[in-house]
Design a protein around this ligand. Structure first.
Ligand code: NAP
Length: 511
């Protein structure tokens, strides 16, 4: 086999998860690592999603790393370009650039059970790593539904996460497909410019007002001069959301009161009762992500907008046809139809100890241990893995908890010494998932009467964490070695075997 580079850790992806992992590795004193990024710059989903109106619906002082506070956030809810610039800044400030390999898409990674390492094939050659941290994120691969006739559409087609900025939407007839978090930001941003906007709404979302405002100069000055004020602001935002969680996880009925606020938000802008009826959801608020916008409903009330309360079924020439038969002739189709979340494409590219891919191992649904590791995939860890999503708070909190787990995992490997790997025990993975799914039963995501991207093809919620971010932090503070097998390299095992006479295989679980 040709010689190639070997590193202690290969991180895949350079969004919040990958850059966070890189900072954490450096802080743990590990410098022998690379960050493999498929694109030409860092930023992950905040690089890819540049659609008009793209912004975060979690306040920036909470939607940022605790170890990299930014006193200069310009707005309470920052726009995509500011978040992207923040991530570039993190890459610079923490000295991550020398580790980052841009345009290095990972094509395949295979566990080598003899050498106890991952063989990684990238778009630019091969390398190997003792540990892989897969930080590819759940919102990285856009999902466009298979619509009959779409191939023959003569106009422009693109997905919200692959916005074509060279295409001028001004004066065009545009169909927007979907009414998720992305679409409801796109609609008010393009409505004033387009000739006609036809919105295909399969399921109406619950939309609450977005209390966005510029952060004033004095506030920023205060956060710069007295950093504890920025921390206090973050703490408050964190605490409010922490208190809200039980309504989502244990007492969905309490969320009814919020539905009235959302209805009032709609009634303020939508005066036509027929349109209001179309836009009113019939499931419990919170079952799907609660959307925040103060401009979505006002945009829908404009004369150049049609809301079709039905999904897109087919395309005939330049005519888009809804499932209820409604037709519209359009120049462009914008898909705001989300991402491959429960069927992450990266899983096809990971081949574990038993020679099967992670996608095969997860064919009946994603299952991990503490959102991080998977049985049969030693020394492989994912950031924002199964059941680590949040319904109402900042994902950066969950990412930082996973980084704690990563740091302890690497410490444990160091303590074990020699060439060793940790493999999640199947029994531990099952026990963890039983607990997670047990708690899930009462949550609004499972009982709220909706179908959402939180659920996989079998209707199982494999994306959301059914507790508070603090509970997850406690559950991931340290690696419990009893949940893992310690796998030793053959040479070391033979040495041990010479002493005990118990050598049976190449690399085998010894604990
Ligand atoms: P999404 O929430 O998965 O929404 C996809 C939308 O497409 C849904 O409304 C879905 O309808 C609809 N759809 C799918 N196929 C359709 C068809 N054939 N016809 C009509 N509609 C169809 O995707 P997203 O809006 O991109 O958001 C994904 C996630 O990204 C969010 O939940 C959030 O976590 C994140 N995000 C966050 C922000 C932020 O502010 N922080 C902004 C954007 C996105 P159904 O509801 O009927 O399935």
């Amino acid at each position: 086999m040709a010689e190639h580079e070997h590193v202690r850790v290969a991180v895949i992806g350079s969004g919040f998860g990958g850059l966070g992992a890189a900072v954490r590795l450096r802080r743990e004193g590990i410098t022998d690592f690379v960050v493999l990024e498929r694109a030409g710059s860092v930023g992950g989903t905040w690089r890819d999603n540049s659609y008009p109106g793209c912004a975060c619906d979690v306040p920036s002082h909470l939607y940022s790393f605790s170890f990299a506070p930014n006193p200069d956030w310009p707005r309470t809810f920052s726009g995509q370009e500011h978040i992207r610039a923040y991530l570039e800044h993190v890459a610079d400030t923490f000295g991550l650039r020398p580790h980052i390999r841009l345009n290095h898409e990972v094509v395949m990674m295979r566990w080598d059970g003899d050498a106890l390492r991952w063989e990684i094939e990238t778009a630019q050659g091969r390398l190997s790593a003792d540990v892989v941290v897969s930080a590819t994120g759940p919102l990285s691969d856009p999902k466009t539904p298979d619509i009959p006739g779409l191939d023959g559409f003569p106009g422009k087609v693109f997905h919200s996460a692959r916005w074509d900025h060279d295409y001028d939407l001004r004066g065009k007839r545009v169909a927007v497909i979907g009414t998720g978090a992305s679409a409801i930001q796109i609609v008010p941003a393009i409505q004033p410019d387009v000739a006609r906007l036809t919105l295909f709404q399969r399921t109406p979302p619950w939309v609450m007002p977005r209390l966005d405002r510029a952060i004033t100069g004095p506030e920023r000055w205060l956060h710069r001069q007295l950093p504890f004020t920025g921390k206090a602001r973050r703490g408050l935002l964190f605490g409010i959301r922490e208190l809200q969680v039980t309504a989502f996880t244990k007492h969905p009925n309490q969320l009814g009161a919020i539905e009235s606020l959302a209805k009032a938000n709609m009634a303020k802008a939508i005066k036509d009762p027929h349109l209001r009826a179309k836009l009113t959801p019939s499931y419990r608020i919170g079952c799907k992500r609660i959307l925040l916008s103060s401009s979505y409903y006002p945009a829908l009330a404009q004369r150049n907008v049609d809301v079709v309360a039905s999904g897109l079924r087919e395309v005939r020439g330049s005519t888009v046809v809804a499932a209820d038969g409604t037709e519209a002739e359009v120049d462009a189709i914008v898909f705001g139809t989300g991402f491959h979340v429960t069927d992450m494409p990266i899983a096809e590219r990971v081949v574990g100890a038993d020679g099967i891919t992670l996608a095969e191992a997860w064919k009946d649904g994603m299952e991990s241990l503490r959102g991080a590791t998977a049985a049969g995939f030693p020394n492989w860890m994912t950031i924002i893995g199964p059941n680590t999503g949040l319904g109402n708070s900042s994902m950066i909190l969950m990412i930082e908890s996973q980084l704690n787990y990563l740091a302890d995992y690497l410490r444990q490997l160091r303590v074990l010494g020699g060439r060793a790997a940790l493999g999640a025990r199947a029994s531990a993975v099952h026990a963890w998932n039983r607990r997670v799914q047990d708690r899930m039963k009462r949550t609004v995501w499972n009982t709220g009467g909706c179908d959402s991207w939180y659920l996989d093809a079998n209707g199982r919620n494999t994306t959301i964490w059914p507790g508070t971010p603090s509970e997850f932090r406690r559950a991931t503070r340290a690696v419990n070695l009893a949940e893992y097998e310690v796998i030793r390299a053959r040479s070391e095992q033979e040495t041990a075997g010479d002493r005990t006479g118990a050598v049976t295989g190449a690399a085998e679980a010894v604990a």
